[in-house]
Write a protein that binds this ligand. Structure first.
Ligand code: PLP
Ligand code: LYS
Length: 453
């Protein structure tokens, strides 16, 4: 088996359609190429070089891929606001790229907010979310002057209004739950009743919250918000959400004489983790959701609100590649395990959602015949599995570098200190150069938190 298999697809703009007309689902960044001496290069930099220079595990972010993906949404929805959901991956450079591409930013804590503000991101382009905002979150949002705060529940309305200084008005959105089940795993389905986010459209709860908000002179209700869930591959759920939310807008208009200028339909757009996985195409989203919104608004005689979308995974995920070094190859119970020097501490997604990744050697070519192996992490749980039953070169050995694509979202942002191994660094690649964005968490960092007695 040739140890280097070519990346799935030649370079093409993210979000473009494949030859069959089905949504294209590139697994590797568009810049991925076979490296001159064997292995894989991303952003013009051989991944083996990155592994040697920064150590492993290391996360590689392709800056041009991030920017192209951000632009794909801006181009598809020219009259809309595109708010990158920072929970997917946030660093000072990422914030700068997003700012330069003209996006807004969705944050959900004082921590994310302060990082953005200190990186120079304009506060009026920031949206603050959260089902349980702490006083610290709200105070930071008011002090920095964020553009929008998303109200998640009726109880939050008076609490927030009380913190807005006299004479000031805070622009807010109300998060509603349209009763739509969507998302790759129960833990990330937020469009249905019975989970912790938002106020249901059904049963009148949302209308009651709107009424309360309209009665608060220090809050300016600019519109409704919903976020259905995450890793949603089809557009049907978004269409249903529009069909349920626009009639609510009409009821509010009829009852209060108010029409809202904005509608935020959240994020949740699927990416491919393995070859052939479906992914959302921003242009198809724009056509389908844009026309449904127009249709429903016309039906109720409402003006079309300005749309906001909040992609997180779609922008950061496919731009990231995780690099690990093989620590051991072991055959036991009829299975061969390749164990790497990271795992569930830097990528908890397999353990949390049962997700499986694809993996390929990144450092050298091999003529050895292929062998079915399971790639596992180094942590103390049998569920610490990255890729199951994948074909890898039969001569894979300790020291080899393995690359895992689609690793840019919800890996490092959810990484833990499990087994005190330290969180990996992040390197950016672009134009044949690599640079460090986030340094490795050292044992000193970890030890220094423990103050003893
Ligand atoms: C309110 C909100 N907006 C946007 C997102 C981004 O979701 P995704 O990364 O799936 O696009 C999330 C996370 O699911 C969210 O909670
Ligand atoms: N953490 C989830 C996505 C949750 C999105 C947050 N609202 C994942 O890795 O798939």
């Amino acid at each position: 088996m040739a140890m280097s298999t070519a990346p799935a697809s030649p370079a093409r703009p993210p979000g473009s359609s494949g030859p069959s007309g089905a949504p294209a689902a590139p697994v590797w960044p568009a810049s991925a190429r076979e490296a001159p001496g064997g292995g894989l290069a991303v952003g013009g930099v051989p991944l083996a070089e990155i592994a040697d220079r920064f150590g492993t595990p290391v996360y590689v972010m392709d800056e041009d891929e991030v920017r192209a993906r951000a632009r794909a949404w801006r181009t598809a929805l020219p009259g809309a606001d595109v708010a990158y959901a920072g929970k997917a991956f946030l660093s000072r450079s990422m914030i700068r790229w997003i700012e330069e591409e003209g996006l807004c930013l969705d944050v959900c804590s004082a921590g994310e907010l302060e990082l953005a503000a200190h990186s120079g991101f304009p506060a009026e382009r920031i949206v603050l979310h959260g089902n349980a905002k702490s006083p610290q979150d709200v105070r930071a949002a008011l002090r920095l002057g964020v553009g929008r705060i998303v109200i998640d529940g009726t109880g939050e309305i008076a609490r927030l209004a009380a913190l807005v200084p006299p004479g000031a008005r805070q622009r807010v959105l109300l998060r509603v739950v349209p009763g739509v089940s969507a998302g790759a795993h129960a833990a990330v389905r937020t469009g249905v009743e019975g989970q912790k986010f938002g106020v249901p459209v059904a049963g009148g709860e949302a209308e009651e919250a709107v009424e309360r908000l309209l009665g608060q002179p220090r809050l300016e209700l600019a519109g409704l918000h919903c976020h259905l869930g995450s890793q949603i591959a089809g557009l049907g759920p978004y269409v249903t959400a529009v069909r349920r939310i626009v009639p609510l807008l009409a009821r509010v208009r009829d009852r209060h004489g108010v029409t809202f200028p904005e509608l935020d339909l959240g994020g949740g757009f699927a990416i491919a983790y393995r070859e052939g996985d479906p992914a959302v195409d921003p242009r198809t989203y724009a056509e389908r959701i844009g026309s449904e919104l127009a249709l429903q608004c016309d039906r109720f005689g409402l003006p079309r609100p300005r749309l906001t979308v909040e992609p997180g995974r779609w922008i950061a995920g496919p731009a990231g590649v995780a690099l690990y070094r093989v620590l051991s190859v072991k055959t036991t119970g009829g299975r061969t395990f390749a164990a790497v020097d990271g795992g569930m501490s830097d990528n908890p997604r397999p353990a949390l959602y049962g997700v499986r990744y694809t993996v390929r050697p990144a450092g050298r070519t091999s003529a050895a015949p292929g062998r079915t192996m399971t790639v596992v992490g180094r942590h103390c749980e049998a569920g610490d599995v990255l890729a199951e039953d994948v074909e890898l070169p039969g001569d894979l050995r300790p020291g080899d570098v393995l690359a895992v694509p689609a690793s840019g979202a919800y890996h490092l942002s959810m990484a833990s200190a499990y087994n005190l191994v330290g969180r990996p660094p992040v390197a950016a690649v672009s134009g044949g150069r690599a640079r460090l964005l986030v340094r490795r968490e050292t044992l000193d960092d970890l030890r220094s938190r423990d103050v003893g007695e």
